[in-house]
Ligand binder design. Structure first.
Ligand SMILES: [Zn+2]
Length: 236
């Protein structure tokens, strides 16, 4: 199977080498995550340039609008394609109004740039519990999103945002959490060696990273404001 990473350029300064889709071409043609609604056309163009005339399956790590927003347009272009996602995420793809309202609240202007996700026909969606693929192992990896999945194939692991964000800046590794419940106190103190490369980023990339770090802190604060109810939901 041929595995390629497609970069999906965005119209936000600093967001160019930030979003991508994995494409696995073989007996089965598979795309993992699709990026936002507003750049679905760019993803389709890239897939067409790769010679992908048939798409069998989309695997969604999670349904945040920056990972799944372009799904409806992609499915329109490839009418045979099905989608595997977490069983509890299906309702939010069929009727994305709740997802969109939540995205506007959390991401504000950036959500507007990503664009609202369009409804996806229910018959195109396969719950992850019904996985019968012989090549891909589906693993539940809640944390960044309650309904986060990771997919393992051969010695590859497509982990979405399950373990944070990893970048390589001028040879230095940069890692940050992408939303709680995990919270790194040393990030707050700016002594985390994983964040050293922050100083070498160009101003637009740094601005983007600052926004998402602040968002992680907001998520952490929100978790405590929700109190015991939230804890029960996550452990129950
Ligand atoms: Zn996400």
């Amino acid at each position: 199977m041929n595995i390629t990473l497609i970069e999906i350029k965005q119209d936000v300064p600093g967001f160019d080498s930030f979003f991508g889709s994995w494409v696995c071409q073989g007996d089965l043609n598979v795309v993992i995550d699709v990026g936002p609604a507003n750049t679905a056309g760019r993803l389709i163009d890239s897939l067409v340039s790769l010679g992908l005339d048939r798409l069998d399956l989309v695997l969604l790590t999670h349904i945040h609008i920056d990972h799944a927003g372009g799904l409806a347009d992609l499915l329109d272009h490839y009418p045979m394609a099905k989608v595997m996602c977490h069983e509890k995420a299906i309702q939010y793809l069929v009727d994305p109004s709740t997802l969109w309202a939540g995205s506007l609240k959390v991401l504000g202007k950036i959500a507007e740039i990503y664009g609202p996700p369009k409804p996806v026909p229910k018959e195109r969606l396969i719950p992850h519990t019904e996985n019968d693929l012989k090549d891909f192992l589906v693993v539940e990896t809640p944390g960044h999103a309650i309904h986060h999945l990771s997919f393992s194939f051969d010695n590859w692991l497509f982990a979405g945002e399950a373990s944070g964000i990893y970048l390589s800046i001028n040879g230095d590794e940069y890692m940050r959490p992408s939303t709680p419940p995990r919270f790194f106190f040393d990030v707050l103190l700016e002594k985390d060696p994983n964040l050293v490369a922050f100083g070498q980023m160009d101003p637009d990339t740094r601005k983007r990273e600052r926004f998402f770090m602040a968002n992680s802190v907001k998520g952490f604060i929100g978790y405590f404001k929700e109190g015991e109810g939230a804890l029960d939901r996550r452990t129950g």
